[in-house]
Design a protein around this ligand. Structure first.
Ligand code: SER
Length: 341
């Protein structure tokens, strides 16, 4: 008999690290992972099986479903926004075709075992595209349906995949002779910039905040690629994990939409720098603006309206800015680099 499991794609990434630690800590024993690289040794004992491979490899996905019965999917694999601009074709293949493969797999799995497959999808503030700084300042906390005009391949991919997920959940095979539900219970969270004390992101455009802090903790100088005034919403990683698991557990009847903003705090790059310098007074942080990357940040909102997430599934961040930096990021990052030796 095939074993019922939860599948996590892109498990080696930042969210994957936090999610696996959280799920395993909560006694969730049956996780299988898929990533291009071998799973981090520290996570390996926490999962049932760690597959190495590509979400674009149909044969691999078929082998996977021949061995396991999948009841939940956290589809985290993606190319982030800066990296996607360098290789937009590849980004489209990974971010869109990869997601389509996983949605189809979820549908087939549900048909097989007769239960819905919960499909958690990390979307992003990159789905927004504000036309200019004046509009960004005026817009304040944007709502899900405002300014959906992404200016990056990654943002376009995420917005389209939100639609694809909603389509699978509600309309897939609507003209088929047997009108049965697809069984794909798609749920997406639009994450702000995420900051973790134990991992650094790779290839994103909100990376300057975590990079600044990780450089300071290691005594390395850092040149920030956006201007001091650039402002984005950010969130500490434990809150991102909490949001994913809260949304996964919410009764479907409570969900008035399939894609949700979540917020925690909004900071300018100068405000992040000031906090980092208070914690690491010898930090050498300068600003060397990369115009192209900074322009992307200018199109993303300064903050988001997360009212629907609060109302529908009880979202509330644990970590506002002070708690995030003083009680999670700074203490944990210090400990992390001391352990690294
Ligand atoms: N943090 C991501 C990036 O910068 C946005 O979701 O690409």
């Amino acid at each position: 008999m095939r074993k019922p499991v939860t599948l996590i794609t892109g498990a080696n990434g930042e969210i994957g690290h936090g999610l696996i630690a959280h799920l395993a800590g909560a006694g969730h024993q049956d996780i299988i992972t898929l990533d291009l690289k071998p799973l981090d040794e520290r996570l390996r004992p926490r999962v049932l099986s760690a597959l190495v491979g590509d979400i674009l490899d149909h044969n691999l996905l078929q082998r996977l479903v021949s061995e396991y019965e999948i009841h939940g999917i956290y589809h985290l694999a993606a190319l982030l926004s800066t990296r996607s601009e360098y290789t937009p074709d590849t980004a489209h293949r990974v971010n869109v075709e990869g997601t389509l493969n996983l949605l189809t797999l979820a549908h087939e799995q549900s048909r097989w075992h007769g239960n819905p497959v919960t499909f958690l999808f990390p979307s992003s503030i990159a789905v927004y595209g504000l036309p200019d700084i004046a509009t960004k300042e005026k817009a304040g906390r944007v709502r899900e349906n405002d300014y959906n005009f992404p200016t990056t391949m990654y943002g376009c991919n995420k917005l389209y995949c939100e639609h694809l997920g909603r389509y699978f959940a509600k309309h897939y095979r609507q003209l088929a002779a047997e009108r049965i539900p697809s069984g794909v219970d798609f749920r997406a969270i639009r994450f702000p910039g995420l900051i973790s004390a134990v991992t650094v992101p790779a290839g994103g455009t909100s990376d300057y905040a975590p990079e600044m802090m990780h450089a300071a903790a290691q005594g390395k100088p850092y040149a920030c690629f956006v201007s001091p005034e650039a402002r984005l919403p950010f969130m500490a990683m434990p809150d991102a994990i909490k949001a994913l698991t809260l949304l996964a557990a919410a009764p479907v009847g409570k969900l008035s939409q399939r894609s949700y903003n979540i917020g925690a705090f909004s900071l300018s790059a100068a405000e992040v720098r000031d906090r980092v310098i208070r914690a690491f007074p010898r930090a050498a942080i300068s600003f060397e603006v990369d115009t192209a990357r900074a322009a992307i940040v200018d199109t993303w909102p300064a903050d988001v309206d997360d009212g629907p997430a609060r109302r529908d599934w009880g979202w509330r961040p644990e970590f506002e800015a002070d708690r995030a930096f003083n009680e999670y990021l700074f203490p944990m990052i210090g400990q992390f680099y001391r352990q690294q030796g």
